[in-house]
Design a protein around this ligand. Structure first.
Ligand code: CU1
Length: 524
């Protein structure tokens, strides 16, 4: 029986499934992160479609209200922790060592463990639906006191969050150590590709934010089972305390997702503009400013809890301040394209789609930062529209841009450009059909996380549901494009994007063969 492959350098490597279980190679681990992310994207997407199917018409048709609530909870948790974050960690694994000229991540075995913690955590979230009482129908924010009253599914969700946190913290330690200690000679901090900078900053955000979430769910756990009263007013606790702790994690979490997305776009836009990134240093400083500010604005999610007007004013102005560094970044991206030799291949289309729609999502965020406005719009579909512009048209479109941009270097083959462009246009059209109308139903007062609604919202919801099913189906095209490229894509040229690879900050080392165990060449 052939149990191992013979490599010319004489080492034995496990084959089959054991190769993936035991791998310490950053490319293998990056690949696993990306496939895991895509799988969770489909699982979370099906849950979104359950929600949209129920909301297609007023009244209750498809699922029980309890199950609907579980779907909104698990859709949020799975998309944030299972789909978006692992996608960008996958990019980090693939790109950071190659971009800074390191042979691998600093702690390759810990890297393996970081990844393999994810599947059991995802399993816990999914099987929580099947325990007695079902999963937690509490929303992804897990607000007390409702979480204290939930059944056993809530315990599985808490355990899943603990495991996800461990994975993120170990991944962050790995990324920080790799970037600070393993750069090739001459690769100074201010020469690093911006994607590397954004991940360095994000890793610090993760280390600061994830333990806070772990603390919040641990306190929930002890309130549930061990007689504490952290969030129980009858026992001297305060349910609003949970919201403070959760959003001290939750707002930085938004930037944990957005900042690596900024990094990807900052690689793609220069490449397809044939110009270096405009304002590199200001990009680094703006990103760091956003990261610091993200810890100072958490209670803008809590304007309706009855805080003093002074606090409302502080959180309003602090939140508006974030628009300044964000404006610097958007200005730099536009200035990068200005007078460039633009071409519009799929990665560039997704990056420009990101630029337009993320900016729109940022703008509605600015609207929501205004306390008197937010008091009206709190827990309406306006908020749902806002954060889906940031998360889907922002982070997800950036992730698509990254996959199309780097795929030729990862697998040595090209994807089908026509189908890639079709994927972009279907995605951007159906995305807007789904979510643009939610601004209107929100402004008209439709509450979120409710399976039924008043007749006046019927048209907006029907349009939104049609868009959601179109968007979901379009992502099957993405899967087809990937499989087709991997199985029968044309051999990628040395320089897949004409003219782009001559730029210092978009240059990657020669295409390393897929599944290669060899050390990538160092950057000059
Ligand atoms: Cu926030």
């Amino acid at each position: 029986m052939e149990a191992v492959h013979e490599h010319d350098h004489g080492h034995d490597h496990p084959s089959g499934i054991m190769r993936w279980v035991t791998t310490t190679n950053h490319k293998d681990i990056g690949t696993m992160y990306l496939w895991f992310s895509f799988t969770m994207f489909l699982v979370g997407g099906v849950m979104a479609l359950v929600i949209r199917a129920e909301l297609f018409q007023p009244g209750l048709q498809v699922v029980e209200p309890e199950f609907f609530n579980q779907m909104t909870t698990l859709h949020g948790l799975i998309m944030v922790f299972g789909a978006i974050m692992p996608a960008f960690v996958g990019f980090a694994n693939w790109q950071i060592p190659m971009m800074i000229g390191a042979p691998d991540m600093a702690f390759p075995r810990m890297n393996n463990w970081s990844f393999w913690l994810l599947p059991p955590a995802a399993m816990l979230l999914v099987i929580s639906m099947f325990v007695p009482g079902g999963s937690a129908g509490v929303g992804w924010t897990l607000y007390a006191p409702l979480t204290v009253q939930q059944g056993m599914g809530m315990d599985l969700v808490i355990f899943a969050v603990h495991i996800l946190g461990m994975s993120s913290i170990m991944g962050s330690i790995n990324i920080i150590t790799t970037i600070l200690n393993m750069r090739a000679p001459g690769m100074t901090m201010m020469k690093m590709p911006l994607f590397v900078w954004t991940w360095l900053i994000t890793a610090y955000l993760l280390i600061a934010a994830m333990p806070v979430l772990a603390g919040a769910v641990t306190m929930t756990l002890t309130d549930r089972h061990f007689g504490t009263n952290f969030f129980n007013a009858a026992g001297g606790g305060d349910p609003v305390l949970f919201q403070h702790i959760f959003w001290f994690f939750g707002h930085p979490e938004v930037y944990i997702i957005a900042i690596p997305a900024f990094g990807v776009v900052s690689q793609v836009l220069p490449a397809f503009s044939r110009k270096p990134l405009f304002g590199y240093a200001s990009m680094v400083y703006a990103t760091a400013s956003i990261a610091i500010l993200s810890f100072l604005v958490w209670a803008h999610h809590m304007y309706t809890v009855g805080m003093p007007v002074e606090a409302q004013l502080y959180y309003m102005f602090a939140t508006m301040l974030i628009a300044v560094p964000t404006g610097v970044k958007v200005f730099n991206w536009v200035a990068t394209m200005w007078k460039g030799s633009l071409t519009f291949e799929t990665p560039m289309l997704f990056a420009i789609g990101f630029l337009f729609l993320f900016t729109l999502g940022g703008f509605t965020g600015l609207v929501l930062s205004l306390t008197p406005v937010d008091v009206q719009l709190h827990d309406t579909y306006y908020v749902v529209a806002h954060f889906h512009y940031v998360m889907v048209a922002g982070a997800l479109f950036s992730a698509f841009a990254g996959v199309y941009f780097w795929l030729p270097k990862w697998i040595g083959k090209m994807y089908d450009e026509k189908l890639g462009k079709l994927h972009f246009w279907l995605s951007i059209i159906f995305f807007n059909v789904t979510f643009f109308v939610q601004h209107f139903s929100g402004l008209a007062g439709m509450p979120r996380r409710i399976p039924d609604y008043a007749l006046q919202f019927a048209d907006f919801n029907m349009i939104s549901s049609i868009g959601a099913f179109g968007f979901g189906l379009s992502q099957l095209l993405f899967l087809y494009i990937l499989v087709k490229a991997i199985r029968s894509g044309e051999k990628a040229p040395e320089k897949p994007w004409e003219g782009a690879d001559t730029l210092e900050w978009t240059h990657l080392p020669t295409p390393a063969p897929y599944h290669s165990f060899e050390t990538p060449p160092t950057v000059k």
